[in-house]
Design a protein around this ligand. Structure first.
Ligand code: ACO
Length: 376
């Protein structure tokens, strides 16, 4: 037995996959052979869904059929909507989402079918329903009326509409779509690993996704995008960001939105993509100071710590300008990542080996109950 121990499984290969790979040396995120950034600039999130599920980019006919399939699964169990209203106002929306994903599982007649075909159909159902749990979960908790999905809008347009209650401008829809692609898949982050570990017991795809939601909530992972926006709002103006960061760093605080286990001290290409999107958005919304503030923050972190921003750093202000409430930033990340996680669960089910690692035991040995003071 190998006794090599890597804290945090750093650099450990956990799976073989044909889904994605972070080629850090060449600053490329490989998605089924394509460069994720090139895809984000040339195709839509719906194409990514097709690519992830089928392994190839869809033709225009296949894209239309995929969109039809997704929209035909928009029906949402009314009982689950009623259940969402039971959460208190202070509920964390990732907890609401985790519960919603578990609840809709029971309405899926194919829940226990692990075949590729059934997993494909369940992935489509999840993609149709997760954005609704995100948007209407928020509405339930903030005591606002539910919104029905609109089939006349694109998949992405409808998601943004259900969150904000307003039909998005074309430009807003495009930026949101790019952000969904940026978040769609990223090799083996903690949440995807959690989903694969769960799926490796032959547990169902809904359970694997619910586990991924729990993982993604943490601030070292998906929760960082909300923390970034709270920090930017706390800063307020561009003159204040450097003193705030210097103060946090002097207290050895972690700055959310910087650093990454795999990229380490290299650029996250998705952050560059979202920075460009933010540059477009600030012009449209006349909010140039927000971009300038972010750029100063980026320069300070590079100078002081040699750290680069990750996707969350620039996705956060983008979501803010799109009118998305902060507490929905991480649920939106999960909704976008649903396709990546589904692809990994399908792959795990098709080529499974139960995850069951060992430990490096550091505790005592040779204790006996009769020697304990508990037993008189
Ligand atoms: N702010 C300040 N210092 C940092 C940061 C940061 N954001 N990230 C890493 N460091 C420092 C650490 O303090 C440590 O310094 P030291 O060696 O002087 O003690 C060094 O860099 C290495 O840090 P580790 O925690 O060992 O690196 P790890 O690979 O485990 O960290 C992580 C990766 C968790 C993402 C980290 O960079 C972090 O906490 N970032 C902030 C949270 C964040 O933005 N998460 C989003 C990740 S991307 C995503 O989910 C889309």
């Amino acid at each position: 037995m190998s006794t090599q121990y890597q804290p945090g499984l750093e650099n450990v290969i956990a799976s073989e996959t044909t889904i994605s790979y972070l080629d850090v040396e060449n600053e490329e995120i490989v998605l089924r052979g394509y460069n994720l950034i090139e895809l984000a600039k040339q195709v839509t999130y719906l194409d990514i869904v097709g690519l992830m599920l089928d392994g190839t980019l869809p033709t225009s006919d296949q894209r239309i059929s995929l969109e039809d399939q997704l929209k035909s699964e928009y029906d949402f169990p009314q009982d689950v909507l009623s259940m969402l209203k039971l959460f208190p106002e202070k509920a964390n929306l990732m907890d609401v989402l985790r519960t919603g994903v578990s609840a809709i599982a029971s309405y899926d007649d194919e829940l226990e079918d692990r075949s590729r075909e059934a997993n494909y159909r369940k992935s489509i159902r999840l993609l149709a329903k997760v954005p609704q749990i995100v948007a209407n979960g928020y509405r339930a908790v903030s005591k606002q009326p539910f919104v029905e999905p609109r089939k006349d809008l694109s998949y992405t347009g409808n998601f943004l509409y259900m969150i904000t209650g307003k039909e998005p401008m074309k430009m807003e829809e495009m930026v949101f779509d790019q952000s969904l692609i940026a978040y769609s898949e990223h090799e083996m982050p903690n949440s995807t690993f959690a989903a694969r570990v769960i799926a490796s017991t032959q547990a169902d795809i809904y359970g694997a996704l619910a586990g991924a939601v729990a993982s993604l909530k943490g601030t070292l992972h998906g929760g960082a995008n909300e923390a970034v926006m709270k920090m930017l709002l706390e800063v307020g103006s561009e003159a204040d960001i450097e003193p705030l960061l210097m103060d946090k760093l002097s207290r050895k605080e972690r700055i959310m939105g910087f650093g990454h286990r795999v990229y380490m001290k290299k650029v996250d290409p998705r952050a560059v993509l979202m920075k460009e999107a933010l540059a477009e958005l600030v012009k449209e919304k006349n909010q140039q100071e927000l971009l300038r503030m972010c750029v100063i923050g980026e320069e300070v972190m590079k100078r002081e710590k040699g750290l680069y921003p990750n996707l969350d750093y620039y996705a956060a202000p983008v979501y803010h300008l799109l009118g998305i409430p902060i507490e929905l930033f991480t649920p939106v990340f999960l909704a976008a990542r649903t396709i990546g996680i589904c692809a990994h669960v399908i792959e795990q089910h098709e080529n499974n080996r139960l995850f069951r690692p060992r430990v490096l035991y550091k505790g005592p040995r040779n204790l006996h109950p009769q020697d304990s003071s508990y037993i008189q």
